[in-house]
Design a protein around this ligand. Structure first.
Ligand code: ADP
Length: 320
């Protein structure tokens, strides 16, 4: 391959820039031409491309967001949009594309690969909800942001002897909520993967800790469960503790990526280009059992991922 493209698609995540940098530098160092495709698949349809060289990606490794912008592009799901994207590739001689995004973006990458443009997916999302990968770029940064935000909430919760119900972004995946819940010592954690009886797992837990003289409480609830305002009301009424709720929201998406995300993004970006250099496409580069490996995209999309029930049990036993 002589010319490749790189794009970021779906929800942005800290570390996407580090992945773009790794892709561009690996390709340039191996004599390839690289196009940055703006706004995900939309840029491919609109022919919104910019040629990148090793200096174009200087000073971005530490920056959150994505220098190539991201978008959700409905037109790309239609054959007409897909054909326009292929025309853009042909026009610029793009022979392969690295797609940084989530499972939705990987579906697009699979469709393009099937139509003759080999694509390699790299998992980029704060949610850690990519079924084929144990880890997604942006997850560690996000986890640390949540911990930092809740530590701040905790200072005020403690001063006023209150309870705070915090909604954590994370799509349908409870990983961010469970892990941050342990990291902040939450009294209760509610995630979509584990059926929770609010009376037993939240109200009774608060009452029990009240008996041990605990006066302030943090309850972490995943976005996929929601209803934090109602839960706060219920806790106040049933436990007699002043309770507030908050939704952390998009603050979770920003910030400078952690070392883990930068290193992971660099490894995966490098690995993805090495696959394209061998003429290999229709693969995703993922982390499995602490190793970077690649899978067929179709196979990757049909995999399943289980929540760590042991971690949930640990949280249940020690956060009292
Ligand atoms: P994520 O990649 O984070 O899962 P989305 O599900 O929003 O985010 O997908 C990002 C983009 O990938 C969509 O806007 C669309 O352009 C493309 N995409 C998603 N699903 C498909 C599909 N089934 N076929 C083709 N393209 C898709």
């Amino acid at each position: 391959m002589k010319t490749i493209g790189v794009l970021t698609s779906g929800g942005d995540a800290p570390g996407m820039n580090a992945a773009i940098r790794a892709v561009v530098r690996t390709a340039c160092e191996n004599g390839m031409k690289v196009y940055g495709i703006n706004r995900g698949y939309q840029g491919l349809i609109d022919d919104d491309l910019v040629e990148l060289n090793i200096r174009s990606v200087s000073d971005i490794i530490h920056r959150g967001g994505t220098m190539l912008y991201s978008a959700r592009c409905l037109a790309f799901k239609e054959e007409e949009g897909m054909q326009k994207a292929i025309e853009t590739c042909k026009k610029h001689g793009i022979e392969g594309i690295v797609v940084i995004g989530g499972d939705g973006s990987f579906r697009g990458a699979r469709d393009l690969s099937l139509r003759g443009i080999p694509c390699i997916g790299i998992p980029g999302t704060i949610d850690n909800d990519i079924v084929s990968s144990d880890y997604t770029i942006g997850y560690d940064t996000c986890l640390n942001t949540i911990m930092d935000m809740v530590d701040r909430i905790r200072d005020t919760v403690e001063s006023h002897s209150r309870c705070f119900v915090v909604e954590v972004m994370g799509n349908r995946c409870g990983d961010l909520t469970l892990n941050s819940g342990i990291a902040v010592g939450a009294t209760a954690i509610v995630i979509p993967e584990i059926q929770s009886d609010i009376e037993k797992h939240v109200i009774e837990r608060i009452r029990r800790t009240q008996k041990t003289d605990k006066k302030h409480f943090i309850i972490m609830v995943a976005e996929g469960v929601g209803g934090v305002a109602d839960l706060a009301k219920k806790i106040q009424e049933e436990c007699g503790v002043e309770t507030r709720s908050t939704v952390l929201g998009h603050v979770q998406r920003g910030g400078s990526p952690t070392a883990r995300d930068r290193v992971m993004a660099s490894q995966m970006g490098y690995y993805a280009v090495k696959l394209l250099m061998q003429g290999i496409g229709n693969r995703v580069v993922v982390m499995k059992d602490d190793k970077i490996v690649d899978y067929d995209i179709y196979e990757a999309l049909t995999m399943t991922k289980e929540v760590d029930t042991t971690l949930y049990q640990i949280a249940h036993e020690i956060s009292i």
